[in-house]
Design a binder for this molecule. Structure first.
Ligand code: HEC
Ligand code: HEC
Ligand SMILES: [Ca+2]
Ligand SMILES: [Ca+2]
Ligand SMILES: [Ca+2]
Length: 457
């Protein structure tokens, strides 16, 4: 037995009696802090640096470690215009040139100062109705994502435009916070775009810990659903069910801002194809109004896609910091009392995984993996499988306090509109309106304690 496991067993014996109330969903004192130190179970890494999201899990097998390293090369690789001896095939239309460009240091993109610069931000688009598998109905001539970049000689599908209106929130101590509400539109379209086109803004988020989220047994996630709010607490988590194009079946949605993607593999296939314009055996035709005419498809092989999938699934999870600081402990308790835990479920468990560090782990992602109506101000008005225009998946909060260190900014939410954690909380509406209002009623000291807790994650 490795020392880590002996240590975990030791923790388990000591604390297993005291932490049974973590998942009840009722306002609670925060779960035992010694357990939550291992935020990623056996995949936890103890690092506070710009690489804290981007490091392999400890204890990977030799072959997993090798594949992780190979996957990393492709994740970081900038693709270039074909024909090229290596890493050609970019576009002809695309959103960015590499995975890492949109997931910097395996983390979160900043909101772009110039909305049409290369960035981690893009607009998903669709028209009313559904595709053959119940997903978004693609816009004729465009597909389901507007590509605002193109290689030489091609025209981007469209350019993006954003304007802002202001929302003022007043906190208990009189502090006024001004939120900037973005409104997005498409301009310079290469052909006219239907007026009924719906737009969903999305920004690249951290990609660590995904193997654990993928290995949570489906029944554990479904057990937290409360679609008709039978317990009357105003919160009605709902699972998304989405199309898996590899297995050709509908599966539980786990990834993307609306749980619109079932697995890391499908996300990776879609990212190569939709975000970079790189064809693979899974999607051999260019995602574009015009082919590059090179007959070079598929531009990458199946193994490359699988290495990148494995890479994302085996990134380690950063451990929380300062968990014994009394202010952090108070903040953790407030996080329970004002109902944040009802959606940001602290603890999850995995079932069996062929990757042994992911198998039967207890970990602390702070998400229920379910969709919630977050109110009209945060809505995109664009359905995505079972997610309606108001619904978003509860974001995991693990690692969130390292955003500044790793990514040099504190922009949050699905399109990066929140400029700090306080703004992110104040955007919460709909099912989280009550929780948000309790936050607004907190004294300055208590608000700061809650923020100290979030920053310790
Ligand atoms: C143009 C920017 C962009 C590029 C390039 C890009 N991504 Fe993403 N990525 C995003 C956005 C935006 C989302 C959220 C998508 C959604 O909600 O539908 C995302 C989501 C993801 C997720 C899901 C994470 C989660 O927690 O739900 C994974 C995994 C991922 N990307 C991996 C990759 C890989 C691998 C590549 C390269 C092959 C890549 N991405 C390239 C912007 C990008
Ligand atoms: C009803 C469920 C629900 C409740 C209650 C809730 N949240 Fe959230 N939270 C979400 C969802 C869904 C998102 C993603 C929204 C989006 O991106 O538009 C989110 C996003 C966040 C984010 C931004 C994460 C990121 O990666 O960008 C933070 C921070 C956050 N919540 C903190 C809190 C805190 C603190 C509370 C308690 C005051 C709270 N939440 C209560 C569902 C909830
Ligand atoms: Ca291509
Ligand atoms: Ca409920
Ligand atoms: Ca091609």
């Amino acid at each position: 037995m490795k020392p880590l496991y002996i240590f975990l067993l030791f923790l388990f014996i000591i604390y297993s009696c005291s932490d049974d109330d973590i998942d009840t969903g009722t306002p609670i004192e925060y779960p035992d802090i010694s357990n939550r130190l291992y935020a990623g179970g056996a995949t936890t890494i103890f690092l506070v640096s710009s690489q804290a999201y981007g490091s392999p899990s400890p204890d990977l097998s030799a072959s997993e470690k090798y594949d992780h390293t190979m996957g990393n090369l492709f994740f970081e690789r900038s693709f270039i215009t074909a024909p090229a001896p290596l890493y050609g095939g970019l576009g002809p239309i695309y959103n960015n040139v590499s995975c890492i460009a949109c997931h910097p240091n395996d983390g979160r993109s900043n909101f772009p100062a110039n909305i049409n610069a290369l960035s981690g931000f893009f607009l998903r688009i669709s028209i009313p109705g559904e595709d053959a598998h119940g997903g978004p109905n693609p816009v004729p001539g465009y597909g389901d994502q507007a590509k605002n970049q193109a290689i030489f000689g091609y025209q981007p599908e469209a350019k993006y435009q954003v304007t802002y209106t202001e929302i003022h929130e007043v906190l208990a101590d009189g502090t006024v916070v001004t939120l900037q509400k973005p409104q997005y539109s498409l301009t310079n379209t290469y052909i006219p775009i239907p007026p009924e086109t719906m737009i969903s803004p999305r920004i690249g988020m951290p990609v660590f810990g995904l193997g654990l989220l993928e290995a949570i047994p489906e029944e554990n996630i479904l057990a937290r659903q409360d679609i008709n709010d039978d317990n009357g607490d105003g919160i009605s988590g709902k699972a998304n069910y989405v199309w898996d194009e590899v297995d050709n079946i509908i599966k539980l949605g786990r990834f993307g801002w609306k749980a619109n993607v079932p697995t890391v593999l499908i996300q990776t296939i879609g990212a190569f194809h939709g975000d970079l314009g790189i064809t693979s055996p899974y999607r051999p035709n260019e995602n574009s109004y015009a082919d590059d005419g090179l007959e070079d498809d598929p531009e990458i092989d199946e193994n490359t896609v699988k290495l990148v999938d494995l890479y994302c699934r085996t990134l380690g999870v950063p451990a929380p910091r300062n968990i014994n600081d009394p202010i952090v402990r108070e903040g953790a308790s407030i996080f329970g009392k004002i109902g944040c835990v009802k959606c940001h479920t602290p603890r999850q468990e995995t079932g069996y995984s062929p990757i042994s560090v992911l198998s039967y782990q207890t970990f602390y992602p702070y998400t229920d993996m379910l969709l919630h109506d977050m109110g009209d101000e945060l809505a995109d008005g664009r359905p995505d499988f079972l997610a309606d225009g108001n619904e978003w998946k509860t974001r995991p909060l693990w690692g969130i306090g390292l955003t500044q260190i790793i990514n040099g900014h504190t922009r949050f939410l699905h399109d990066g509109r929140a400029r700090n954690l306080t703004e992110a909380i104040l955007w919460h509406g709909g099912e989280s309106e009550d929780s948000k209002n309790k936050f607004k009623e907190l004294s300055l000291d208590k608000r700061n304690a809650l923020l100290a807790f979030l920053n310790s994650l």
